[in-house]
Design a protein around this ligand. Structure first.
Ligand code: NAP
Length: 489
């Protein structure tokens, strides 16, 4: 089979309807919207376009399924997750190709994301049977305390386009483990991975109504009425800080539990005493994972003046050698950006920095072809006043800003409303701990360029969000604590 035939086949195999109440169905209005391949701008397929009525049908199904799902044996909930993990891994190649087609990331990276996404299901299959309560005597000895954990209830899950599978499983895994029913609204640009995932969970034995998936071209029109309805008890969102704020406002009405995984503006600090080659390697990972379209992407590279020139030279060499192209082609390491608007934003941030005195060491312009390609770029002597030091770049641009002292670097690193992740390269143990403590972020990559791991608590502080996903705390986001005071001791 040729690659073109395989591409057609993986797209054809995905259900294109809505998934609600355990069945695949068209939108009530009959509407559909187009899904594009960002590497060519061509249409891959059309999917059902959910409206408000479809949202309520999914909510009704979630509410109806909630009581029996909460009582479902934790071991069985775990086994459904485990089976889904196995299915994802068995179909890793096809699912990766599908993701490359709708999102653009190179095939090898898409395969990595399928494994990462599957691992959330595996991790939470293990957590499902470890939900614990407590039992104790009150301090005055006159009552007993019984503490139990219960599912929060029907949950709204909203995910972005940049990690179309993993951002779904990072929420669905703990929600299933905790016994919550769900309505998932995937990003408009990448609904196919979420639809494929819903079909896998159905095949793995997820009962009817526990999960609905609603692709839509009218995100707010579908989600806002549900958040204001009173029967949804939780919203878990991954996306931009601006949309997160809106959802927090909408959640206030019904005092919903919220988890917010929002934007980032990660500083990447390299001190004179760092292993420079390791720092360059880490910068490549922190910057170029997902074509720079990651909330964890290194957005500002602060390099101590003694090594700044050497670091910039080595990084430029690596960035300049990356192969740009369609993610399905052999050896391609950098795919297209998600759309024309994203590429214009990246170009305007580069132009702004250059206008303020930054030097382009490599890249700095759009790539060839019909897709939304942008060349891997390194900028040196970037002034801290540049727009890109306060704005999430979301593209393959590495701005280098040099510094003299640790205090100066820390002040610059923390000078942002965001607080998701920071990276730090040093061989001095005291400095490593001192600076890690002082960085105002939810995560720190200490001498490593990737922090994402299903077994670790992922999340940010400040405007980067509320709550954590993954790790032993990930399931907490979907559990309530009930205390029963037992008298008559
Ligand atoms: P986005 O524009 O905020 O969209 C995220 C999701 O929210 C999409 O499903 C989108 O639907 C939906 N949405 C948009 N407006 C909405 C509204 N008014 N009501 C309800 N839902 C709405 O973000 P994005 O561009 O897809 O993703 C990039 C952002 O996500 C970046 O800021 C990145 O840092 C952040 N992110 C954070 C994490 C993390 O873990 N902290 C991880 C990944 C990404 P449509 O697609 O239909 O617009």
């Amino acid at each position: 089979m040729t690659l073109a035939e395989r591409e057609t086949q993986v797209v054809e195999r995905v259900p294109k309807q809505l998934f609600a109440g355990g069945t695949w169905r068209d939108a009530r209005s009959g509407a559909v919207f187009k899904v594009e391949d960002p590497s060519t701008g061509s249409v891959l397929c059309e999917v059902a376009d959910a409206g408000t009525e479809d949202g309520f049908a999914a909510l009704d199904a979630a509410v109806a399924a909630q009581p029996s799902w909460a009582k479902h044996a934790p071991r069985e909930r775990g086994e459904i997750l485990r089976r889904a993990y196995e299915l994802l891994m068995q179909r890793q190649d096809d699912l990766a190709l599908l993701m490359t087609l709708e999102m653009g990331k190179p095939f090898a990276e898409a395969k990595g994301e399928i494994a990462y996404a599957a691992d959330f299901l595996r991790w939470f299959s293990e957590e499902a049977v470890r939900i614990e309560g407590g039992y104790s005597l009150s301090p005055n000895g006159q009552a007993r305390f019984l503490i139990m954990r219960q599912p929060v209830g029907p949950s709204m899950l909203i995910t972005p386009w940049n990690f179309p599978m993993a951002m779904g499983t990072r929420k669905i895994g703990p929600a299933i483990a905790a016994g919550c029913t769900m309505v998932l609204k995937p990003a408009q640009q990448t609904p196919l991975s979420a639809l494929a995932l819903a079909d896998i969970l159905r095949e793995a034995g997820l009962p009817e109504g526990v999960l609905s998936v609603l692709p839509t071209s009218d995100a707010g029109g579908v989600t806002e009425p549900l958040l204001r309805d009173g029967r949804i008890r939780k919203v878990s969102f991954t996306g931009s800080t601006g949309v997160g704020r809106k959802l927090l406002e909408q959640s206030a009405d019904q005092v919903l539990r919220t988890s917010m995984e929002l934007g980032g503006n990660a500083p990447f600090l390299v001190f004179d005493d760092a292993d420079l080659d390791a720092a360059v390697e880490g910068a490549m990972q922190a910057k170029m994972r997902n074509i720079g379209e990651a909330c964890t992407a290194a957005n500002r590279l602060y390099v101590q003046s003694g090594v700044a020139t050497e670091f910039a030279r080595k990084l430029s060499e690596r960035m300049g050698a990356l192969k740009l192209g369609r993610g399905t082609e052999d050896g391609v390491q950098v795919g297209p950006l998600i759309d024309a608007k994203a590429r214009e934003k990246v170009q305007s941030l580069v132009d702004d920095a250059v206008g303020r005195g930054a030097r382009v060491l490599v890249g700095g312009s759009a790539g060839d072809g019909d897709g939304y390609f942008y060349r891997p770029t390194v900028l040196a002597d970037v002034p801290q006043s540049s727009e890109l030091s306060t704005t999430e770049i979301f593209g393959p641009v590495a701005p280098i800003i040099s510094f003299d002292t640790e205090d100066e670097a820390l002040a610059a690193a923390n000078d942002t409303e965001y607080g998701l992740v920071s990276y730090l390269y040093t061989r001095d143990l005291n400095r490593a701990l001192r600076v890690s403590e002082a960085l105002e972020t939810g995560m720190v990559g200490l001498n490593q360029g990737i922090v994402s791991n299903p077994a670790a608590p992922f999340g940010g502080v400040k405007h980067s969000g509320l709550g954590r996903e993954g790790g032993t705390v990930g399931i907490e986001e979907f559990l309530e604590t009930k205390y029963i005071g037992v008298g008559g001791v």
